[in-house]
Design a protein around this ligand. Sequence first.
Ligand SMILES: [Fe+2]
Length: 334
Amino acid sequence: MDGEWLDNLYKLFLQQMQDGIILSDADGTIVFVNDSAERIRKVKRDDIMGRSLLDCHKETSREKVERALTYLKTHEGALFSRMVTDAVNDRYYENVYVPVFGGEHALQGIAVLSRDITDKRKAEESKAAYMRAQELAHDTLREQFHGLMMTSMEMLSNLLEARDLYTNGHSKRVCDIATKLHEHMYGMDEHFLDLQWAAKLHDIGKICIPDAIVHKPGRLTTEEYETIKQHSRLAGDIVRPLDPGSRIWPIIRHHHERFDGRGYPDGQGGKEIPDGARVIAIADAYDAMRSCRPYRDAMSFEQCIDEIRGNAGTQFDPDWIEVFLDLARTGSID
Ligand SMILES: [Fe+2]
């Protein structure tokens, strides 16, 4: 094949490439500039041929480019890339500097390739903007859902309080005692609010039980007792849709489980019962004993403490009973 013809083909190919190409010799003197380089870099071939590669750069970037060229001249296979913004025409270019080594690893020259990356860059920017908008939308939705969840639980709590006149603030008192126990053991940790909501709403299932049973002034029949036992399961079901993280409703569902496994609704036992449910069980029983009922007077503080202590390990978690007795001794619970 004719060598001259092939050299001509190389030249034509370089001349007509879409990417800009500027070639310099080993000293950095420009020896070749193709059409795309003129267009992309806004230079005239005749103005820069025979001049230094550094002359194609603004004063502000010359030092950086000079440092890079010095490095490239002694590092075969290395390359240096920098992005250039054309703010006037809203275009982005990538300039890649590549050293060209010949036989014996001798530097022959430097090639500078310039590519228009505006479309790629804009696609990346659009994608990033889309992702940011998505994240923002998710954050907003999450906040709205959280607000809605809080409002709904507040409504349920108000509903229970309004229907709770008979027990006169029982849920609030259970909440006070349970949160004192929790705080004494763990401090104000990330489960504190969950326990607070669970305590406020633990008996919300009673709104589904007939008043005649809930407010019956006397002992319940076996059948009535079985009906009222449904309230903890119902309460869990009511709160569950508002608690996608399942941090609250299981506490509510299991607040009548017993440590010995003889409670309801699922007969769970020991530490299998959610921690908060074991706390509420104690607070619930204590407040019920301390309050008047139509069929009995309120029990004294000492009677209640004896009763609670006597059920450690059977009805109640003995570890939580220790905490309860500590608080009772120091007057935090009265
Ligand atoms: Fe209950």
